[in-house]
Design a protein around this ligand. Structure first.
Ligand code: F0G
Length: 494
């Protein structure tokens, strides 16, 4: 029904925009429209409240200038995260009614096992209540005092679990990722030469785990190519280092591979997903993203023989923290919704519309000359706050300042992916300087409409117009030791 008009092959390195030709609506030669329409209609609505600018100013001050303290009812468009904020389909809700709530061996568990083994093709799959639970179960089995874990980029909870296990995390993303203005494909990739250098420098025995995060959330939802996953796996194999995938956004990553990687255009998303996972030894997954559920996670082991008693240890640790291994901290109804969601996330029409939302937002920002991590990634637009507030240093948290302004401007809640989130050096206690200062507009799946996207773009443009009048950033008046951004209190610097 829809044809891509401009962009013979829609590469992300060319203009970040699709122009579609809607034949059936306009007939004849048709009319150009600049977005991909929603491939669903709405059956249940959730009313939203709109506060005034003055009310929002008061709310954010009461929230210690930390968006995590805002009540969701005081938010108009909630872009805090794309995690667990997805709208489930009618099929998933129907599945919820079939949840088998038995403590052990529920039919819903076996349904999930069939689906997950079919999609990922792994010997062992362990459900857990969310991604960080998988990290808590798995990471200490490979990491400890004196060890290192290397990733293209760790997300905050994964980084925290590496540190909690006694080890130290090292990021190893390609150089291109560090320049938000540089449009290059697969900016989420591992720098494989640097990886090998790091392994030799620290010695292979000290590298407990290599983790590939797909898509690379902290670098802007940037995808990783199959080629890069293969090369990383080869290096891990050469030095006998276990290789794990942090797989929260596996389907979006596969979509970018299908769209942009040479030789992948004729492969299905499922084929690409299976190929990606075939190169790793194990994976941890927050299912709250691409498996389109509100709660859930998975842990997988590809070859049950390769690491002796690994599966048994996973089961035992799961029982300690999550509950029996046949429910892993989830209700039977959650297992059902997840068994359906792992397939829905692979749908090409849905993925094209989803990434199209990001591309539309990005194209509006391009028109206004506003910088973001370009080309746009899979689950959100990562605004470059350093470019918008060049006069605010990293230790005054420019990205946090932009988040506060967007809330005041239009009731939009987004979050800092920058020095505020990165926190302090675990050894010296000094504020670390992040590679980026991003304000992340994470887009929940199947939740917001085209009109909402325009409200978001208009708000960013309005804030950018008054950015030079916002002279200073924020200081932290209280913070907890680990994952401080969720709870810290901030004050504007006078
Ligand atoms: N790994 C990645 C790449 C993630 O993005 C997340 C969560 C996790 C692991 C942890 O999963 O939340 O289910 O425990 N990211 C969310 C976000 C919270 O907003 O990006 P979880």
């Amino acid at each position: 029904m829809y044809m891509v008009l401009e962009c013979s092959m829609p590469t992300r390195h060319s203009a970040c925009r699709y122009v579609l030709y809607h034949k059936s609506l306009f007939g004849g030669d048709g009319m150009a429209i600049k977005y991909i329409p929603e491939p669903f209609r709405i059956k249940v609505v959730e009313p939203l409240k709109m506060l005034t600018f003055q009310e929002r100013e008061k709310k954010i001050a009461e929230a210690h200038n930390n968006v995590f303290y805002l009540r969701s009812e005081d938010v108009y468009i909630d872009l805090l995260t794309d995690s667990g904020t997805n709208a489930m389909s009618q099929f998933q809700w129907a599945g919820v009614m079939q949840g088998d709530e038995a403590y052990a061996g529920a039919s819903s568990y076996f349904k999930l096992m069939d689906a997950a083994k079919d999609v990922f093709n792994y010997d062992y799959i362990q459900p857990v209540h969310q991604g960080r639970a998988a990290e808590k179960v798995l990471l200490p089995l490979f990491l400890g005092e004196g060890k290192f874990a290397i990733s293209n980029m760790f997300f905050d909870t994964t980084r925290a679990h590496v540190i909690l296990a006694g080890a130290r995390p090292i990021d190893c993303v390609v150089e291109a990722a560090l320049d938000p203005a540089k449009r290059a494909p697969f900016k989420g990739n591992m720098d494989v030469e640097k990886l090998e250098r790091l392994i030799k420098e620290h010695t292979p025995e000290k590298i407990g785990l290599v983790v590939m995060t797909i898509t690379n959330n902290s670098a802007g939802g940037q995808p990783v190519s199959i080629q890069n996953i293969k090369e990383t796996a080869a290096i891990c194999g050469k030095y006998a280092i276990p290789f794990s995938i942090d797989a929260a956004r596996y389907a979006e990553n596969a979509y970018f591979i299908q769209r942009d990687e040479a030789g992948c255009q004729n492969k299905s998303i499922k084929e690409i997903v299976r190929e990606i996972f075939s190169y790793a030894d194990m994976f941890t997954m927050s299912a709250k993203k691409d498996a389109i559920v509100n709660m859930g996670g998975l842990l997988g082991v590809r070859d049950g023989q390769k690491y002796g008693g690994l599966i048994q240890e996973i089961k035992s640790r799961c029982i300690e923290f999550e509950g029996l291994y046949t429910y892993g901290g989830l209700a039977g109804r959650d297992l059902e919704a997840l068994a359906i969601g792992v397939y829905e996330g692979l749908d090409n029409n849905y993925l094209r519309y989803r990434v199209g939302q990001m591309e539309y937002l990005a194209s509006r920002l391009d028109d206004a000359g506003i910088a973001y991590q370009a080309p746009v990634g899979g689950h959100g637009v990562f605004l470059d706050a350093r470019a918008m507030f060049p006069h605010i240093p990293y230790y005054e948290y420019p990205a946090q300042a932009l988040c506060v302004e967007l809330y005041k401007e239009a009731g939009i809640r987004c979050c800092d992916i920058g020095s505020f989130m990165l926190g302090n050096d675990p050894d010296t206690g000094e504020q670390l300087k992040a590679d980026f200062e991003f304000s992340r507009l994470a887009i929940p799946r199947r939740v917001y409409t085209q009109a909402h996207l325009d409200v978001i773009a208009d708000a960013v443009i309005e804030v950018s117009k008054r950015a030079k009048n916002i002279k200073r950033g924020y200081k932290i008046t209280w913070e907890p030791q680990i994952l401080r951004h969720f709870q810290a209190h901030l004050e504007p610097i006078a």
